[in-house]
Ligand binder design. Structure first.
Ligand SMILES: [Zn+2]
Length: 296
């Protein structure tokens, strides 16, 4: 798969450039390869295509919990539609798998789901880069000087284990899609009210995709899970992981806090289809599907 890596690097290094016909052909081949060759069980990140849509029209956004209110325009609605379409497509795949449908039928439904996700991914990546989403701009957190753990400090990583709540001793405050003065639109995650410096833990196995600091989400960590979904943990007082770290259920990602756009200490937790803002799904039903029961 050297060509795939090469193509991905080419497009990443020239985000604003229009791809030439040869590159488009390579990309198309890569997309087709990716769609047909993804092993079942693992859900790889889609090939990033350079997109010209959306960037110029966006105002710069800052805001964490207020993000969903800013940088308005058509792409937010397009993203919301794609999120709903993706969740319907995922439910269809699960239904077909449960009913022992023909392999070809399941594969076709899964290809459709992944195509929706790839389109959403590219839409949000282009738009959020323009809007200043720290995950899209600098997922490593280096530019934001994140207070990450020292090198050499080892994570307690174990394999196996069941999915877990992102923190303990909480009460559930603002829920997903809640309306409130902090969000001119809708709340994109679930808030867990906890005192500052409460351990915040990975809900399931995965890899740290982003650590960013200094915007409305304060200090945040984004974890990529094997099923293709991402979880986000925001407003932390400290980050204990680095991009690329492998985590298991219960691995400590950092400590809760009140950084960013908040009125008090809490953990803001999101489940997303992509690493980017604008692709969140309802987090509590998602956790329930992983057999995580939360106390109210
Ligand atoms: Zn929140």
């Amino acid at each position: 798969m050297r060509r795939e890596h090469h193509a991905a690097r080419l497009t990443r290094s020239r985000p604003g450039a229009a791809p030439g016909p040869a590159l488009l052909a390579v990309l198309l081949a890569v997309v087709l390869l990716t769609l047909t060759a993804v092993p079942s069980g693992a859900d790889g990140e889609p090939t990033v295509t350079s997109s010209t849509g959306g960037e110029a029209a966006l105002s710069s956004g800052a805001g964490g919990d207020a993000y969903d209110a800013k940088g308005g325009g058509g792409f937010r609605e397009a993203a919301a539609r794609a999120v709903r379409a993706h969740e319907k497509a995922r439910e269809k795949v699960e239904r077909l798998r449960k009913s022992d449908a023909r392999r070809a039928k399941v594969d076709a439904a899964e290809r459709r789901r992944k195509a929706i996700r790839s389109r959403l991914w590219n839409l949000l990546r282009a738009a959020e880069r323009g809007a200043g989403d720290p995950v899209a701009v600098d997922a490593s957190g280096r530019d934001g000087h994140c207070p990450v753990r020292r090198r050499g400090h080892s994570l307690r990583h174990r394999t196996g284990g069941s999915w877990t709540a992102p923190t303990r001793g909480y009460w559930l405050s603002a829920g997903y899609a809640a309306r409130g003065t902090r969000w001119a639109h809708r709340h994109t995650g679930q808030d867990f009210a906890v005192p500052t410096r409460t351990p915040v833990r990975a809900v399931g196995p995965g890899t740290v995709r982003a650590t960013t600091c200094g915007d409305g989400f304060g200090n945040q960590v984004v974890v990529r899970h094997r099923d293709g979904y991402f979880t986000q943990y925001a407003h932390l007082s400290r980050i204990d992981v680095r991009v690329g770290d492998r985590v298991s259920p219960g691995t400590r990602l950092g400590l809760s806090g009140a950084t960013g756009n908040v009125t008090g200490p809490h953990l803001h937790f999101e489940v997303r289809i992509t690493p980017y803002i604008g692709s969140a799904v309802a987090p509590l039903p998602w956790l329930r599907r992983k057999d995580v029961r939360l106390t109210k």
